[in-house]
Design a binder for this molecule. Sequence first.
Ligand code: EPZ
Length: 435
Amino acid sequence: MEQMLIVEGGARISGCCRVHRAKNAVLPILAASLLCDSKVVLPDLPDLSDLAVTKQLLSELKMGVTEQCRDLILSPDDLAYSRLDEKLTAKLRASTLFLGPMLARFGKVTFGGSGGCAIGKRPIDLHLYGLAKLGAQIKQEGNAITLSAETGLKGADIRLRYPSVGATENILMAASLAKGRTALSGGAAEPEVLDLVRFLNRCGAKIETDGAGNYQILGQKRLHGCCFFVMPDRIEAATYLAAAAATGGEILLTFDGELALPLIGELFEIMGCRVLSAKGGLALVQRGRLSAPRRLTTLPYPGFPTDLQAVFTTLCTLAKGQTVIRETVFEERFSHLSQLQKMGAEITVCGREAVIFGVKELFGTEITIPDLRAGGGLLVAALAARGESRLSALSYVDRGYDQLYEQLSLCGARIKKMRCEDGKGTSRPDDPCRV
Ligand code: EPZ
């Protein structure tokens, strides 16, 4: 049953939150486990619906999937090819990440199409281009694409015309088991891609990178499993920082590993926040009104991440001054703006640019969450707004944030989760969903 979030805005966020391991690093690593011929152990994973679907996809391929609390053990002993269930692949974009590993491991893969948040067209031409360069034959029948490489994959020189994260990951995974050397240039350099490289190398792959999207891969005959601690989630971390920044609060984040947020820390400082960082921790303090950063343009790493556009858009609606936000990565990632306008934000949209004049206050209202990261941004807006907001379509948020409401509640947020029995968020007095 759908649930609704009731947020009584205006409470200062003050406290400590734990940052989970990064969804966008875990998903490719789960797909990469298909390349290994012995156990993969991934401790302390977040509880997210996108991970649950990916584990189901692995189970369909007879991967042994054992969960002990938050630890995941993947046993590939009985791994066997089967066609991926289209109902499952249609649930998330990251199902495309099965193309490279399945091709490398089974010599074939049939794929009925992926889903995920509706933030743009999201073609897979670059994935197919890279895999074709490695020797895959590609056939399209209706909506299904079959890739095959009966005599195995062969290393190649591949240059991507755009640094697609998913295409880079697929090429890295497939090339790790290809015969010979692959040189990939123009690839993505997002921290999550580099975490995948660290995982593959721990499994016996030979991948070198300059950290700027260029990779040299020496294909191996086999990869073995390993125990790997995935990096912390920089997008989740920045969402908590934004919640404190928007409400004039203070927050301490704790995490295991390195949080890849240097430019974002600077951006919070430009907007007037104090950011203090130490090993395993990051703190933000905000007093008074935020200042507009003037211009933000989303770009592939190391540029400003599209996944943080929505939370920073919210901050800019409250900041003193004008900001122009340009979204260059996904063509339909402005769907949260109409919801912010309903809350009193002054925003003019012109194609891929949004011009925002900061207002002193937002006002609580009915909000429909259009996609995962927009959900993060709109929740931050609701926390800062005067009065009550009712947020629906929470399932988007469950894709990528674990314990978000619970942790924010412990930091002073006034949040209630209710069953949405009549579409209006009616709750019973003893509602167990209260957080
Ligand atoms: C990854 O998506 C992330 N998802 C996204 O996070 C993130 O927003 C995105 O990278 C950019 O950082 C995962 O890691 C699971 P892309 P991905 O391929 O791999 C175009 C979130 O909310 N393109 O770099 O799908 C594409 O249309 C999600 O956590 C092609 O034209 O991103 C888009 O405009 C959402 N052809 C741009 O490249 C292709 O073959 C970037 O896409 C592939 C992509």
